[in-house]
Design a protein around this ligand. Structure first.
Ligand code: 5AD
Ligand code: SF4
Length: 452
């Protein structure tokens, strides 16, 4: 994903005399980090551009969660050579999870690369860039102690939008057997609630109407700290902030989905009726091998409670197919989980062995073709479920937060409470407002409607 040059970009500090092109791969955490990078580098006179050919600096913010994501980064890095112009020293840098994993090695492999910065080193970037402007090459990938990290959440400025991410925690201590995140993002840390609330208040003052609270595992927020609230308590505090009309959060671990948090869906009207709750598999045997810490039945029990708390809650999930040891029967159980949960949308992945993880030691029996067949079946089933759920919205009235113009002329676009994109005919003057829209068409990824 490329961070588009921001239309509402205001130069917060200095007049930009240089251009920064930043390409973001992977999860929302990276998108959020890229926004921070843009803010930090504005101080050094860099303004964002959408065209790498005109950029004075090109940064890739990378993901290594699956082998495919990592390969994409390497391909892109190889392509970047063409932008290193003679006579004009364009700076090229890599950050994020691949940078964290490979460190110095990247500087050796790519002689035209100037900067490598890990997931805990964003704060060093301005200094590294100043060095690179003088021709220095540098890699920084040390993990930072939790006490120091608490002060290293540089704020995001000058990027006015209606909806913004707010990081509440980072890292992960769960060590699911397939997952590289704990290795590349480090130990779990909850940000101070006072800092989070200050940031949300400031965003509300700037005109932000929706916040998405962000973390690898938001519902374990505060659990390891004596003097911080639980995530449910934090949600209630955020909901008190006037100006903020909608709250969402992602990602949740099913094991930490407490009754207290589920209750928030019935008593916080600002909390949107949407939750991402990755199951990963519907089979107890596979869940055990994955070290997920919950069973199929306890997952389904959480889902049932969520549905009782907010009748029309839209649930999305993640599933991994072809995990080592996943039998035909295990896979059938995953299919039946989909039927029971009835996700509105599903992100499904073929298992990818990641270096250093526990599952990388497991024996893989399935062929690539068998894994693809399973993925196809899963996606086919999900397509039907998504279609069936979306059809139930036909004729309903959804409150849409209008965020921009639509793809068609004279159309605007926004999100319903359940997170679905809704396009409808309307003037761009509606952007920023909440509009009641009747749904007239339900597509796989969006709704079409008319203002009432
Ligand atoms: N292989 C395949 N999918 C993975 N995910 C995480 N690690 C792997 C892996 N090694 C998926 C999980 C997670 C999502 C972000 O990526 O489903 O929830
Ligand atoms: Fe990875 Fe598991 Fe942590 Fe999620 S909870 S980031 S899947 S280790």
């Amino acid at each position: 994903m490329t961070l588009k040059p921001l239309v509402a970009y205001k130069v917060p500090f200095a007049m930009p005399d240089k251009l920064l092109y930043i390409e973001t791969f992977g999860c929302q955490m990276n998108v959020n980090d890229s926004e921070r990078i843009v803010t930090m580098l504005a101080d050094l006179g860099y303004a964002p551009t959408g065209d790498p050919a005109f950029a004075d600096m090109i940064l890739l913010n990378t993901c290594s969660v699956r082998g495919g994501a990592e390969e994409k980064v390497y391909k892109r890095l190889a392509n970047l050579r063409i932008y290193k112009r003679d006579g004009k020293s364009q700076i090229i840098g890599v950050g994020g999870c691949v940078a964290q994993q490979e460190g110095e090695e990247l500087l050796k492999k790519f002689p035209y690369l100037d900067l490598v910065f890990g997931t805990h080193n964003l704060h060093l970037l301005p200094d590294m860039v100043r060095g690179a402007e003088r021709g220095e090459r540098r890699s920084e990938t040390s993990f930072i102690d939790n006490d120091q990290r608490l002060d290293l959440f540089p704020s995001i400025k000058g990027q006015t939008r209606l909806s913004r991410f707010v990081t509440v925690m980072q890292g992960c201590d769960n060590y699911c057997s397939y997952c590289i995140v704990p290795f590349v993002r480090g130990r779990e840390i909850s940000r101070r609630s006072a800092d989070i609330l200050d940031e949300v208040r400031q965003l509300a003052d700037e005109g932000v109407r929706e916040v998405v609270l962000l973390g690898q595992n938001v519902n374990s927020y505060g659990l390891k700290s004596d003097n911080e609230p639980t995530f449910a308590e934090l949600l209630r505090m955020v909901a008190e902030i006037s100006g903020i009309e909608r709250i969402r959060f992602t990602t949740s671990h099913p094991r930490d989905m407490s009754d207290e948090l589920i209750a928030c869906f019935s008593d916080i009207p600002k909390l949107c009726g949407q939750i991402h709750l990755p199951a990963q598999s519907g089979s107890d045997d596979v869940l055990k091998l994955m070290k997920r810490g919950y069973s199929r039945s306890s997952y389904l029990e959480r889902v049932q409670k969520l549905k009782e708390s907010r009748r029309d809650i839209a649930i999305t999930g993640d599933i991994i197919v072809g995990f080592p040891g996943e039998s035909d029967d295990d896979f059938e159980q995953t299919l039946s989980l989909l039927e029971e949960v009835r996700y509105i949308d599903l992100f499904s992945f073929i298992y990818s062995s990641r270096p250093g993880t526990k599952a990388a030691e497991f024996h893989e029996e399935l062929t690539r073709a068998q894994k693809i067949t399973r993925l196809d079946r899963l996606m086919e089933l999900q397509k039907r479920i998504t279609r069936e759920i979306c059809q139930t919205y036909l004729g309903s009235i959804q409150k849409v937060m209008v965020e921009g113009v639509g793809k068609r002329p004279a159309q605007v676009s926004g999100k319903a409470d359940n997170g679905r994109i809704v396009n409808f005919s309307g003037d761009s003057g509606l952007i920023g407002s909440f509009v009641d829209v009747r749904i007239t068409q339900a597509y796989q990824n969006s709704f079409l409607g008319e203002q009432i």
